[in-house]
Design a binder for this molecule. Structure first.
Ligand code: SF4
Ligand code: SF4
Length: 203
């Protein structure tokens, strides 16, 4: 049987336990001296997307090939891509412009899920507030491109899986190229052998 008011007493007891516990129990000492101290975020924490590049040069190592799948699939349509072109006007597999409007982005991660080239990942940077709506919240390539080392640092498990997948793909491509070269070499040798036999037959 519930005694009238017992719920209030139970609630107050929980509050009192938490209040007193917050002074003595280590697990409850959750206050951090932000911004002097920044919390180490859990690995699956995410803010907005960024573009991954390999090596030292962001432009040369950019994984993005400007396929525009992410742009098409982004629900609020906050990605804007312009494909790069060479001097003759031929399309190059890299973006000339890659912008994300993070004032619109809802951090859904769909762009990451649909990218076939492991090029776009979710960042953990959360200190992005600004009074400058267009200058600061529309992130261009220069702010979006971050190294694979950075990615490994913020999402070590996911980055290790991605690296393993890319390495497996690279080995597969190398094996396919080697098999193709061997087949071409064999065909050329067979053709040469046949050409060498034919004059003898004619004679
Ligand atoms: S996280 Fe979602 S909303 Fe943000 S850019 Fe990617 S697909 Fe668009
Ligand atoms: S980030 Fe991925 S999906 Fe988006 S354009 Fe680049 S390669 Fe394509």
């Amino acid at each position: 049987m519930n005694i009238p008011g017992s719920g209030i007493i139970k609630g107050l007891a929980v509050t009192a336990r938490n209040f007193l516990g917050s002074y003595v129990e280590k697990d409850r000492l959750t206050t951090e001296q932000y911004p002097e101290e920044r919390p180490k975020l859990p690995e699956n924490a995410r803010s907005f997307p960024f573009l991954v590049f390999d090596g030292e040069d962001p432009e040369a190592g950019m994984r993005c090939v400007s396929c525009k799948i992410c742009e098409k699939e982004c629900p609020p349509q906050c990605i804007y891509i312009v494909q790069d072109r060479d001097a003759a006007g031929k399309a190059i597999k890299r973006p000339k412009v890659f912008d994300i409007d993070i004032s619109v982005c809802m951090s859904c991660q769909i762009c990451v899920e649909v990218c076939p080239f492991e090029s776009i990942r979710m960042d953990q940077d959360y200190e992005l507030s600004s009074f400058d709506r267009f200058g600061s919240l529309v992130l261009g390539k220069s702010r979006l491109l971050k190294s694979n080392t950075y990615y490994r640092n913020i999402h070590p498990t996911e980055a290790a899986e991605t690296d393993a997948r890319l390495e497996a793909d690279r080995k597969k491509k190398e094996a396919a190229a080697a098999a193709k070269a061997a087949a071409a070499e064999k065909a050329a040798a067979e053709k040469a052998a046949k050409a060498a036999v034919e004059p003898e037959v004619k004679a």
